[in-house]
Ligand binder design. Structure first.
Ligand SMILES: [Zn+2]
Ligand SMILES: [Zn+2]
Length: 300
């Protein structure tokens, strides 16, 4: 067994043992010592290293500190598909160096993590795997931004509502089934584009498909990201919607991450405190952040 596979196996076993431990003992034992600390964590942030980022990393760090965030994870876009606007945009070496420079500048005031948001992790995943083998990332979000060679916005042109949403959820299923990721990003992103054309979707229509996605995620220890950028979309609700989040909870889903998907400083941490309140009302007492791709429980 090569080093990387052994590492991933240990990582998965650790995740499993954390969850089993939580189930046996409850959260109280595991969270002794951190329960008094208010964690305000944003695990989905872009800078100018992404094709659509608007601010420098240093600026984002300064703003995060001003807003009282305790931990941030940069997750620049990365894609190995040449039809995606992220293709060959990220200069990983410079990105890694800038993270280190910012840790040097701000590391005593805020925890800074290095992640990636990888598009369509199930396609060309052998290429992604070889890229990841040479990196020491803290966290990977797997996202679906395209179906086939088309962006979601273009994919729905000429299609009916059901087909549009179903195609997207089917792509999500393939992504969590075959891709390498720590969390699935912005679960029902399709509504950002389809809402204006068809309106919102009814979860009941896609119940079996969404259930199957969660079954795979829970089985593979892939966390569900709550992405607050949906609040500023036409649908004006988080990704995923609260109904879908409740379904995840009812299926025993325990692994939650929270991110703003900020592409500029004013969006950093947007809505995250409200999400923590929502999660608490649902019975959650912690979320996850990742270090070297190992999940860490953070009380909320
Ligand atoms: Zn995305
Ligand atoms: Zn993003």
């Amino acid at each position: 067994m090569s080093g990387i596979y052994r590492y991933r196996l240990i990582q998965r076993l650790l995740t499993k043992s954390i969850i089993e431990y939580r189930m046996k003992k409850g959260y109280s034992v595991l969270l002794i010592g951190v329960s008094v600390i208010k964690n305000l964590i944003d695990t989905h942030i872009h800078t100018k290293f992404s094709f659509d980022g608007k601010a420098k990393m240093e600026e984002m760090c300064q703003c995060a500190i001003t807003k009282g965030l305790t931990e941030i994870c940069f997750t620049e876009h990365f894609s190995v598909n040449n039809y995606d606007p992220s293709y060959e945009v990220l200069d990983y070496q410079k990105y890694a160096e800038e993270i280190e420079r910012c840790i040097g500048l701000f590391g005593e005031r805020i925890t800074i993590r290095k992640g990636l948001e990888i598009g369509e992790t199930h396609i060309k995943n052998d290429v992604i795997k070889s890229f990841l083998m040479r990196k020491d990332l803290d966290y990977i979000i797997g996202s679906v931004h395209n179906i086939g060679i088309k962006k979601l916005r273009k994919h729905i042109r000429g299609k009916q509502k059901n087909e549009s949403y179903e195609d997207y959820f089917e792509e999500l299923y393939k992504s969590v089934k075959f891709g390498d990721m720590d969390a699935l990003g912005h679960f029902d992103l399709m509504k950002r584009y389809a809402f204006d054309v068809f309106g919102n979707y009814d979860m009941e229509v896609y119940y079996d498909l969404i259930s199957s996605i969660f079954d795979v995620m829970i089985n593979r220890n892939i966390a569900l990201e709550i992405n607050t950028s949906g609040l500023i979309s036409s649908a004006k609700e988080i990704f995923p919607s609260i109904d879908v989040l409740k379904l995840y909870r009812s299926k025993g889903g325990e692994m939650i991450t929270v991110g703003s998907d900020a592409h500029r400083p004013d969006m950093l941490g947007n809505g995250i405190e409200d999400i923590f309140k929502l999660l608490k009302n649902m019975g959650y007492t912690s979320i996850l952040s990742y270090r070297k791709r190992i999940p860490l429980l953070k009380s909320i």
